[in-house]
Design a protein around this ligand. Structure first.
Ligand SMILES: Nc1ncnc2c1ncn2[C@@H]1O[C@H](COP(=O)(O)OP(=O)(O)OP(=O)(O)O)[C@@H](O)[C@H]1O
Length: 133
């Protein structure tokens, strides 16, 4: 069991400052994704449209959780995919089969999240769409 001293050292001023600095780095990364990565921008636009749809159809809290959950999943994995692409291009700017495979795997992970998001959003919105047609 941790002592009071050990617990307080976990939350000392230096640790808190380091955490805040990490948030700053993360914010820089997010700004980069938002400004430079087309696929991230596209997913963000798509998410925004579905947020508007959520308000339009006045979806339930549980439906918001499902919608926001799949959006967070897709955007996060898209961000990691962009990082993998950047790292790959940095370590190997030339054509390289292994790099191609690594990039394909990262893109495949985005696709998995995208397929699940698509299915969740279909299940969520089909009843609302059927109700207005
Ligand atoms: N250095 C490379 N060597 C071999 N194949 C590559 C290389 N770079 C890219 N590829 C192939 O091209 C595909 C697309 O790579 P790229 O980095 O352009 O990703 P993208 O999905 O087009 O990027 P973005 O997310 O910016 O649209 C990869 O999945 C891989 O199959």
């Amino acid at each position: 069991m941790l002592s009071i001293k050990e617990i307080s050292s976990m939350f000392n001023l230096k640790t808190i400052k380091e955490r805040i600095k990490s948030l700053d780095y993360a914010w820089k990364g997010l700004t980069y994704l938002f400004l430079k990565e087309d696929s991230f921008k596209f997913q963000l636009l798509f998410s925004f449209i579905f947020i508007l749809l959520g308000f339009y159809f006045n979806i339930t809290n549980a439906e918001w959780f499902a919608q926001l959950g799949v959006m967070a999943l897709v955007l996060s994995i898209e961000g990691i995919n962009s990082a993998v692409e950047q790292l790959s291009d940095y370590i190997q700017p030339n054509y390289d089969e292994k790099i191609g495979k690594i990039k394909d795997i990262a893109a495949g992970a985005v696709m998995v999240a995208g397929i699940f998001a698509f299915v969740v959003l279909l299940i969520l919105y089909i009843p609302y769409l059927l109700a207005i047609i």
